[in-house]
Design a binder for this molecule. Structure first.
Ligand code: NAD
Ligand code: ZN
Length: 360
């Protein structure tokens, strides 16, 4: 098939307080009393009874609190799947991810690996998943990644950082309740919000652009400008708009691709563990050559919100380390092709990429 036939999230609830409907949504999905619902929740909510008291546990349902200090790993997914299988007589009725991109991606990956043999690393790539995943629900508590809508779950494996991209990856249900984002720290709000902004710029400036992606990208970009450069929004309006910007930014890349910032920040993340949002910001700050308008606006936003980015993170790297980063970055060929066209290898060389990393 020359045109890709992508699935979309089939069910979504939007609205402040909609998280209260979670139990109503899940109850009809319970397969039987031996098939629990497993909640993967960011451990930032561990002592937050406001959130946890809204989750009604029955039978063998379980909340597993997970730290998002590090981004999801294939080995972490395998360990979670093993724990869930060993503790239960039957496969779960559903997996519910509550948190940022880290927890959403973990929920997607665990729900896939509960029904597919082998290890998560075997499925990093495009369309390698054979069996439909367990019913899975995504509930973002911070906005920007678009992980709530995307067809991938980004994992760091033993050899690569790459998503499990498949028709079975998207959530069966998403709940967008902006109230859950109330306590996001300001710096993190900016970094993850900029992930969305960068998705838009990379999609809209890419060679893969088409009317489908453009319409979502334009909408998300306008929302980002309103949120990060405007002065007229109330806190609630800004939160709700960022949720929708994240959604549209994610939709925009479904039918196109991201670009230079993502290709480079995956390298940083693989080698140095730099997290996605801040890593994208560190990289994008130096990409005037590729995205002049986008970087100019980014700098205005950074100034307006008084955000300081780390500097010199590549200052003491060895040749071997630079090479590892460059290898990871160049392995993401579709991203480079989208950004620079079919002849991208002539435009961006290893030396040039290294010189860019050295600025960071
Ligand atoms: P994150 O999930 O790591 O969360 C960032 C920080 O915010 C964490 O410290 C977390 O505890 C905190 N946090 C989240 N919600 C909070 C709240 N309501 N109150 C207080 N603190 C809160 O970060 P992220 O930027 O959302 O996600 C990054 C991850 O998403 C990366 O692993 C990246 O690879 C992935 N990602 C996936 C996709 C996709 O399409 N699947 C797209 C982009 C990024
Ligand atoms: Zn991103």
């Amino acid at each position: 098939m020359s045109y890709k036939n992508f699935p979309m999230v089939p069910r979504i609830i939007f609205g402040r307080g909609s998280f209260n409907q979670l139990n109503e949504i899940l109850t009809p999905k319970r397969l039987n009393i031996n098939a629990p619902f497993i909640y993967l929740v960011d451990d930032v909510f561990k002592n937050n009874s406001w959130l946890t008291s809204r989750i009604q546990l029955s039978y063998n349902d379980k909340i597993i609190f997970i730290s998002s200090k590090e981004e999801p790993k294939t080995s972490q997914v395998d360990a979670l799947v093993e724990e869930i299988i060993l503790e239960n007589k039957e496969r779960p009725s559903g997996v519910i991810g509550i948190g940022g991109g880290t927890l959403l991606d973990l929920a997607k990956a665990v729900s896939i690996m509960l029904t597919n043999e082998g290890e998560a690393k075997d499925y990093q790539g495009w369309d390698l998943v054979k069996n439909a995943a367990i019913y899975h629900v995504g509930i973002p508590t911070i906005s920007g990644t678009g992980a709530e809508v995307s067809r991938t779950t980004v994992l760091t494996g033993p050899h690569k950082k790459l998503g499990i991209n498949s028709d079975f990856t998207p959530f069966d249900q998403v709940i967008l309740d902006s109230e859950l984002t109330d306590n996001v720290p300001k710096d993190q709000w900016f970094y993850t919000g900029m992930d969305c902004y960068i998705h838009c710029v990379e999609s809209l400036d890419g060679t893969y652009l088409n009317a489908f992606s453009e319409s979502y990208g334009d909408m998300a970009l306008e929302l980002c400008k309103e949120i990060f450069l405007g002065d007229d929004l109330t806190k609630v309006e800004a939160q709700e708009k960022l949720m929708m910007a994240s959604w549209h930014g994610g939709m925009s890349i479904v039918y196109s691709q991201v670009g230079v910032a993502h290709a480079m920040s995956y390298g940083l993340s693989y080698l140095l563990g730099t997290k996605h949002g801040i890593g994208n910001c560190i990289v994008f700050n130096h990409l005037e050559e590729f995205y002049p308008e986008g970087v100019k606006l980014f700098k205005e936003m950074k100034l307006k919100h008084d955000i300081e980015l780390p500097e010199g993170i590549c200052a003491n790297l060895t040749d071997e380390e630079f090479n590892a980063m460059i290898d990871i970055s160049f392995s993401l060929e579709p991203l480079w092709e989208n950004a620079l066209g079919k002849n991208w290898k002539k435009i961006i060389t290893r030396e040039k990429l290294r010189a860019l990393y050295q600025k960071m």
